[in-house]
Design a protein. Structure first.
Ligand code: AMP
Length: 295
């Protein structure tokens, strides 16, 4: 295990398991959960750090994984150019209080090749909508890698951002369906001052696109306000939101929908809790965001 100051980088599954066995043996009788886990693809920002800080507050030891998972990228997507500032990420994790960075190679993780590997296929009722429509196989890649990460790290609690709301639903469902002994903890979305949801992909935006990007969040807020103030039905508010974005030529809207916050069933009429979700391309950059509406 290669150590930097107060943080360790673990590259193999066997070493990761040895560490967690040792930690769990020490933790017997402790009140706090032993291992909190934050899976990421790196290029860390305040959104990731809020997950890590929550984990540090709630758990005795925190593992952050940094793994750009080839299985969740489509052939035309940005796997090769995805940012990988590893040393900077390591320092941010150290400052946030993480103890171990799990950083396997793709070879270590997909020994039999990613295509012939056993996969976890989440139920269609969660994946045949929203991001699943334009990202075929994406949630299979996500569920598979998260299960593999869980079985290497064996965490007590795992932290996921509401920013990737459909992903969060897929993970919760996998944990439930497969009886995994992990508590999934959702963490609210962290935004820039102008409302843009933080994302590792925001660095791809040109200056002009960056100025326009908060329009996604503004559209979500307008839909929520129209509906909760009773000024418009849900379908009219969504229609207005779609029209508003279609008037900005730089945006190519993929979806703007409202869904049941648990089942992700697409709603025709407002109910609570519900989640309003949006995805659009701005130039070449695909952005997603959502707002949970709770009473
Ligand atoms: P990623 O590195 O994009 O795979 O994200 C790793 C984790 O960080 C996922 O659980 C994301 O939902 C979460 N995350 C990403 N962006 C944000 C954000 N702006 N606020 C809160 N959580 C986030």
């Amino acid at each position: 295990m290669k150590s930097t100051t107060e943080i360790a980088v673990v590259k193999s599954i066997a070493e990761m398991r040895d560490w967690q066995k040792h930690i769990k043996a020490q933790a017997a009788g402790e009140q706090k959960p032993a291992i909190g886990f934050v899976p990421t693809m790196g290029a860390l920002h305040e959104g990731h750090l809020s997950l890590i800080r929550r984990a540090v507050k709630e758990c005795r030891h925190v593992v952050v994984s940094i793994f750009v998972n080839p299985m969740q990228f489509g052939p035309q997507e940005d796997f090769d150019k995805y940012p990988r500032p590893f040393e900077k990420d390591l320092e941010l994790c150290r400052q946030a209080g993480a103890e171990v960075i799990f950083h396997p190679s793709a070879q270590e993780f997909y020994k039999n090749g990613r295509d012939s590997s056993t996969k976890v296929i989440p139920p269609e009722e969660l994946t045949n909508r929203l991001c699943g429509l334009s990202r075929s196989g994406h949630f299979t890649g996500v569920a598979t890698v998260v299960l593999k990460l869980f079985s290497a790290v064996l965490p007590d609690k795992a932290y996921f951002g509401e920013k990737d709301y459909q992903q969060l639903c897929v993970i919760k469902r996998m944990v439930d369906d497969l009886n995994l002994p992990v508590a999934v903890e959702p963490v609210p979305t962290i935004r820039e001052a102008d409302g843009l949801a933080m994302s590792s992909r925001n660095v791809y935006l040109t200056a002009d696109e960056r100025r326009r990007a908060p329009e996604l969040y503004r559209t979500l807020c307008t839909v929520r306000e129209e509906v909760t103030a009773g000024r418009a039905s849900l379908s009219d508010a969504l229609k207005m939101g779609r029209e508003r974005l279609s008037r900005i030529p730089e945006f190519s809207l993929q979806y703007l929908e409202a869904c049941d916050a648990e089942s992700l069933e697409v709603l025709k009429e407002a109910k609570q809790p519900m989640v309003i979700l949006i995805a659009a391309k701005l130039g070449n950059v695909r952005l997603i965001d959502n707002l949970v509406v709770r009473s």
